[in-house]
Unconditional design. Structure first.
Lengths: 114, 110
């Protein structure tokens, strides 16, 4: 049981390049989230999904796209990277019902855009 | 828009003394979470507070929730070096989204 995993762990991009971050969870959770963490600002929600095939915007969605084609995977895409997207990205998942109140976080992806 | 404010943002603790971190939030919510983050690491869940008056304790940490005052506190008893980390509170919103505070960076000195 790996929980929430993220690929890659580190990445350096040049301005204008594109990339996709992959989040995978093996807990059969319905809800998945992408956050970014910048110094002094806590975590901010980028996009989220309430189930397979669904996506919705969070607090800071501009410059990002997401897809949830399979329940266990949630992809975050940067079509044209900008230096302002230099950040640490965390994926999280959460179940529904019962005592499934916790969000489980992945290990993070550290992205630098030069 | 839900705002979550933590204070202080930086806390220098002396070993053996007691301290409190405060988390205020701006709109109604019945669930509040505390996380710990070590440098370069992910978030580790400390407490999930599910209702007004909830109190949870683990070791030297105790968290409480007052939903009427929209306030949660994280109390640290007899600080030790291992507690040095950044602590975040987060509040539940619709669709189980979390709104985070900015974090409190704790340093424990001898």
């Amino acid at each position: 049981n790996a929980g929430v995993t993220q690929t890659p762990k580190f990445r350096v991009l040049k301005t204008g390049q594109s990339m996709t971050l992959l989040c995978a969870q093996d807990m059969n959770h319905e809800y998945m989230y992408w956050y970014r963490q910048d110094p002094g600002m806590g975590l901010r929600l980028i996009h989220y999904s309430v189930g397979e095939g669904t996506t919705a915007k969070g607090e800071v969605p501009d410059g990002y796209n997401v897809s949830r084609l399979k329940k266990q995977n949630f992809l975050l895409g940067l079509e044209s990277a900008a230096p302002s997207q230099t950040s640490v990205y965390f994926c999280a998942s959460r179940g529904t019902g019962g005592a499934s109140y916790e969000q489980y976080f992945g290990p993070g992806t550290r992205l630098t855009v030069t | 828009e839900l705002k979550v404010e933590q204070n202080p943002l930086f806390l220098s603790m002396q070993e053996g003394k007691n301290y409190t971190i405060y988390c205020n939030y701006s709109t109604t919510s019945d669930r509040l979470y505390w996380y710990r983050q070590d440098p370069g690491k992910s978030l580790e869940s400390l407490f999930v507070l599910l209702s007004n008056g909830a109190v949870k304790q683990e070791g030297r940490l105790m968290a409480s929730l007052d939903t009427k005052a929209r306030l949660s506190t994280l109390h640290i008893t007899a600080a030790v070096h291992d507690l040095s980390a950044t602590y975040f509170c987060a509040v539940d919103m619709a669709d189980y989204k979390l709104s985070f505070g900015a974090g409190t960076t704790v340093t424990v000195r001898a």
